[in-house]
Design a protein around this ligand. Structure first.
Ligand SMILES: *Cc1c(COP(=O)(O)O)cnc(C)c1O
Length: 393
């Protein structure tokens, strides 16, 4: 069945949303094979977002760790500073083709809200962003950016007033305004066809890695790895390697203060199968099956679930998922900054941290590619505070 990954995925939504999902699926199936759509998307990727992003050989990092060769896939160099622009440009273009005039989006830390507001400004669309009240207070700068870009930010006070509540609210709101509105979902999660649309748009990452690696080394890498929140930069990094059995796929989850504590967001390590946000997948839940509050130092990884395609790749054993704690991610954030002069997003630092563990155990002729999902400017004040410093934003 379409939109299933083993037992995961599906469309667990109220009947009132089924029409909207069907309309989106039909439109997407048409436009993904439409050469004009693909040309326009490529032009936006290249001229606006700055693609292709570089595949950079991290010489110093490799030498210091003393094992496998490490390459960085530089999604942090994209316009707006992360991989999220790939997804929003594609969805906004699709929405435009469908005759929609309005984008709605959810956001946690505000990164996807800013990306959506950016795409809406560029494409002359209205934009409404649902954001938890708690997050609005924590992320004032991103709220300002969204408003500067012309978007309206709607506070969500239900539940814990954070990302999961913003997703629920955006999905509900979409049901009331589907005729002129597209729901620009921010990760490879939610009901079919969202996980497939977001994956296809982010798959440009692995397509480029493959081509760039053939030029640089004349062969495929041994490991590709990325951090996993909902899983969009990771599935984009994995996609064109799924059918290459010689390439190991590793997703790095946010363990927060540790997988043996309640302050964690490591879904594969600590979660169970459940149904939430329109999909079957793994979720962090309490003993009643309610969604558990999750925690990570990294706002972008602070989601209680994981995309259904990752859940399927985990079940089949094709991909491996590892937990990385706050402390390990912060150490990697500092280490990459010092060794390569690259300040990674704290999300991306989770993948760097795991590479620091495995690279020294691998032979020097092996190759690792780490996707740097974003840049770390946004995290500097928080990390300084975490380390006990006083830095005011
Ligand atoms: C949002 C975000 C993530 C997490 O989202 P995925 O869908 O798991 O990729 C990771 N890194 C950065 C920089 C982000 O902004």
């Amino acid at each position: 069945m379409e939109g299933r990954f083993g037992i995961h995925g599906g469309q667990y939504v109220p009947e009132s949303l089924m029409g909207a999902l069907k309309e989106l699926e039909d439109a997407y199936n048409f436009y993904k094979n439409d050469p004009t759509f693909q040309e326009e998307l490529t032009r936006l990727f290249n001229d606006y977002a700055g693609r292709p992003s570089r595949l950079y050989f991290a010489n110093k990092l490799t030498r210091e760790l003393g094992g496998a060769k490490i390459y960085l896939k530089r999604e942090d160099m994209n316009h707006t500073g992360a991989h999220k622009i790939n997804n929003v440009l594609g969805q906004a273009l699709l929405a435009k083709k469908m005759g929609k005039t309005h984008l709605i989006a959810e956001t946690g830390a505000g990164q996807h809200g800013v990306a959506s507001a950016t795409a809406a400004a560029l494409m002359d669309m209205e934009c409404t962003v649902y954001m938890g009240q708690e997050d609005i207070e924590r992320q004032a700068l991103n709220v300002y950016k969204m408003q500067l870009l012309g978007a309206k930010v709607v506070p969500v006070t239900s539940g814990t007033g954070t990302l999961k509540d913003a997703v629920s609210e955006a999905m509900c709101a979409w049901g009331r305004c589907v005729t002129d509105t597209h729901y620009c979902l921010g990760s490879s999660v939610g009901p079919h066809p969202f996980p497939i649309i977001v994956r296809d748009l982010q798959a440009v990452i692995s397509k480029e890695i493959k081509e760039q690696m053939m030029v640089a080394e004349g062969r495929l890498p041994d490991v590709v790895m990325a951090c996993v929140g909902g899983g969009s930069n990771a599935i984009g990094t994995f996609y064109h390697f799924i059918d290459e059995p010689g390439v190991r796929l590793i997703g790095c989850e946010a363990a927060g203060r540790g997988v043996d504590t309640l302050e964690t967001a490591a879904t594969i390590s600590t979660g169970d199968v459940g149904i939430f946000h329109g999909m079957k997948s793994y979720f962090c839940q309490n003993e009643d099956g309610q969604i558990a509050p999750v925690y990570s130092i990294s706002a972008g990884l602070d989601y209680p679930g994981i995309g259904p395609e990752h859940a399927g790749l985990y079940d089949s054993g094709r991909a491996q998922y590892v937990p990385v704690t706050d402390d390990e991610a912060v150490a990697a954030f500092e280490y990459l900054s010092r060794t390569e002069g690259v300040i990674p997003a704290i999300e991306s630092a989770h993948a760097v941290a795991h590479a620091m563990k495995i690279a020294p155990t691998m032979d020097k002729d092996k190759i690792i590619v780490i996707t740097l999902s974003g840049r770390g400017d946004k995290d500097c004040a928080a990390i300084a505070r975490y380390k006990g410093g006083k830095l005011y934003e």
